[in-house]
Design a binder for this molecule. Sequence first.
Ligand code: SF4
Length: 398
Amino acid sequence: MSAYPKDLDQGWRRRLRSRVLRWYDQNGRKLPWRESADPYRIWVSEIMLQQTTVTAVVPYFERFIERFPDVRCLAEAEQDQVLRLWEGLGYYSRARNLHKAAGVITRDMDARFPEAADELKQLPGIGPYTAGAISSFAFNRPAAILEANTLRLYSRLTELDIDPRGTEGQKKLWKFAGWIVSRKRAADFNQAVMDIGSQVCRPIDPKCSTCPLMPSCKSFEEGRQSEIPLAKPKPQITDVTEVSIAVRKGNRFLMRQYADNERWAGLWDFVRFEVSDEDVANVQIPERRRAKAMAALPGQQSLFGDDCEAESLSLLPPSLTKRITELTGTMVTSYEPIIEIRHAVTRYRIRLLCLVCKFEDGRLKQGAGYQWCSRNQLRDLPLSTTGRRFAALLDSCR
Ligand code: SF4
């Protein structure tokens, strides 16, 4: 039977709060964004931490704050500069919204963050969790927060036996999060429950025997900690094959910026599109080439050296030639294989064949957004992660 605010009394809440805060005083993690109550730093860190681990975020956060130390600096930057710093973190709409919201805060609020979660939620890219985090961490307001770690922790503490991600489950958990948060030490409390969720109440194999909240935990009491929260259905994975074509004219390459309604909006990429496996059945990346490309990646030393031009060219399948002309207006007929990359984007598992094609003829198609970019420009443009990997290999091709 689920226990929720109506079933839990004030005594239970008081004991739980004091256990949480005692644990935090002894075990709280030191993180760069916890050293100040600056809402700007907290906001940037919280946006970066969505769908990204703490370890991956730390260097990005430090670089970002060094380049854009306050909300005015961020608002004054070009979107390309913001995306370039975000490169590799993924989910680029976060960076675009961050930039947009900085503009609103600077222009309409005299660069001052609102303190209430309800007002913060009106800003681009700030959802209920981020609003609660800024409001509690920066202003110590007793705002509710709910993200992956607290969702799991609160589901277990209260023995929630419905889907915690469904409408009803979310309603209950948000209500609980607002009810349980400490009124006096909201910032510490919310940091603590996230830490306990990630370090102690882990998804698999929770460390109940050393958990500070064990005496308050309804799931532990019933021996149900391994079945709660209810598992979410696995997403259906779809296999996709794509090509990334670096159309080359002398020392320049054909590039295009993704539009607002496209995957990776705002980033730049080579000519990239989906193909059928039949289209590329004869496109081979020789094992020798693949190994050489992989070896060149870390240090980006010369991959091709003097043999760049000496690599034998193969005939591009007619369906690819036709598609490149349709998209860009340029004509290419042969290719040089560079690397095959396997990566995943949301529920898609992508096999990406990266090829270089020498420009032969044609005029850039009007309105298609393609332009010739030098190697130096490639270094400054924000690219997709695979685009950057590919560009690093081209960098050393003379
Ligand atoms: Fe999680 Fe176990 Fe602690 Fe309950 S006792 S909160 S299940 S780690």
